[in-house]
Design a protein around this ligand. Structure first.
Ligand code: FAD
Length: 359
């Protein structure tokens, strides 16, 4: 689609993909305009903005194999390297940690844990595998964790601070025109149309509206709920997954003494506040392995919709003048950098820092 030309590029959506694209393309010298219904770049936690603000930011290619494909895992391993390269180019970068994550199971959930581990082991031969931890090893790695009978280390996994990353990608994109309060009604080859019937022409447009890309894409929203707990001195340093009969529970240490506990996964587009049932189940599960949460303060309950396509797989659709990327579902932070790299490559666009990529 392009040689070394400087292009005029329009991006519909200022969520995770939109900001990553704007950051890459502006650093590559293109003239970038981004359009989004949100009032500003900052999160409002009202359940209506980018799912990226609500996400835990777990980077879990291994654990996600429990409910996703080997392709997603491969995108995830590549993306962890790409996040390192992106963050290395930032001033005041968001927190990115990759010292592994932990999988925990209570005694009664050992059978379920073994079934999960068998799925992880068989899915992608040759990639890092879960390693069982003896109680003394767990106590050395994460002394704050107690109460779980079984533990495994998932090497190489990690987390990124989504809010810090969203703000840094916005703030450190170069000369991008951000159009807030401006929803895009239609995305055609080389053109964005708006609700008032007006149209803007570009050399290339990206449709990265997440759940807002309907009806042009058959995307649905999958409700997810999280709790932000303020727990000074909680002591947790790695993300933790806990086997649970109803939820994929995780605890993620965040800057500012916060532990984020997530997340429900409900086939519903309900954006209303977090239910009592989800809040109680998620927080009591978290407290069962991290006793320091007993006196934590609940500083936020958050909800949002994960954008998913019918097969729950991500999709890049690159045609002349228009690229759509969608379906990042529950792994957007895990796979977005590699998807963006692949999409840019399909358009023949220069990539930063993928020029130094390791694939
Ligand atoms: C509770 C929860 C927990 C999660 N945890 C994780 C996790 O731990 N790890 C992980 O990898 N992923 C996680 N995710 C998933 C991740 O957040 C998403 O996959 C990712 O945000 C999708 O990126 P996106 O850019 O496609 O969509 P979004 O981030 O949702 O951005 C879409 C953007 O499009 C804008 N938009 C909508 N309509 C229009 C329109 N008409 N015109 C213009 N713009 C429009 C929206 O305002 C928004 O800014 C989680 C998600 C949720 C909800």
């Amino acid at each position: 689609m392009s040689g070394d030309r400087t292009l005029a590029i329009g991006i519909a959506g200022a969520g995770l993909l939109g900001r990553l694209l704007a950051w890459h393309l502006s650093h590559a010298g293109h003239r970038v305009s981004v359009f989004d219904p949100a009032e500003s770049e900052a999160p409002t936690f009202d359940g209506r903005q980018a799912a990226a603000f609500t996400a835990a930011g777990m980077l879990s290619p291994l654990a996600e194999l429990d409910n996703s494909s080997a392709e997603v895992a491969a995108l995830g391993w590549r993306s962890i390297e790409l996040w390192r390269a992106i963050v290395a180019r930032m001033t005041a970068p968001p927190e990115l940690r990759t010292e592994g994550s932990l999988l925990l199971a209570h005694r009664s959930d050992l059978g379920a844990a073994q079934r999960v581990l068998a799925r992880l082991a068989s899915a992608v031969p040759g990639t890092p595998q879960a390693r069982p931890l003896a109680p003394a090893e767990l106590a050395e790695l994460e002394p704050a964790l107690q109460g779980a009978a079984h533990a495994w280390l998932l090497p190489g996994e990690g987390q990124i601070d989504p809010i810090g990353a969203m703000l840094a990608l916005h703030g450190q994109a170069l000369g991008v025109h951000w159009h807030w309060g401006r929803p895009v009604a239609g995305v055609a080859a080389g053109a964005l149309t708006f609700a008032d019937g007006s149209e803007l022409a570009f050399d290339l447009v990206f449709d990265v509206r997440g759940t807002g890309a309907r009806p042009e894409l058959p995307v649905r929203g999958v409700r997810g709920e999280t709790a932000w707990l303020h727990a000074p001195g909680h002591g947790l340093t790695r993300p933790v997954r806990l086997l649970h009969p109803r939820h994929r529970v995780y605890l993620v240490p965040r800057p500012g003494d916060v532990v984020l506990v997530g997340a429900s996964e409900i086939e519903s587009e309900d954006r209303s506040p977090v239910s009592l049932r989800s809040a109680v189940e998620l927080m009591s599960a978290a407290h069962s392995v991290l006793p320091a949460l007993a006196e934590a303060r609940i500083v936020r309950l958050d909800v949002n919709l994960r954008p998913a396509l019918p097969d729950n797989e991500p999709k890049i659709e690159a045609t002349p003048g228009r690229v759509r990327i969608n379906g990042l579902f529950r792994h957007g932070w895990l796979i977005a950098p590699a998807l963006v790299a692949d999409a840019l490559r399909q358009c023949g666009l220069a990539q930063l820092p993928e020029a130094e990529e390791i694939t």
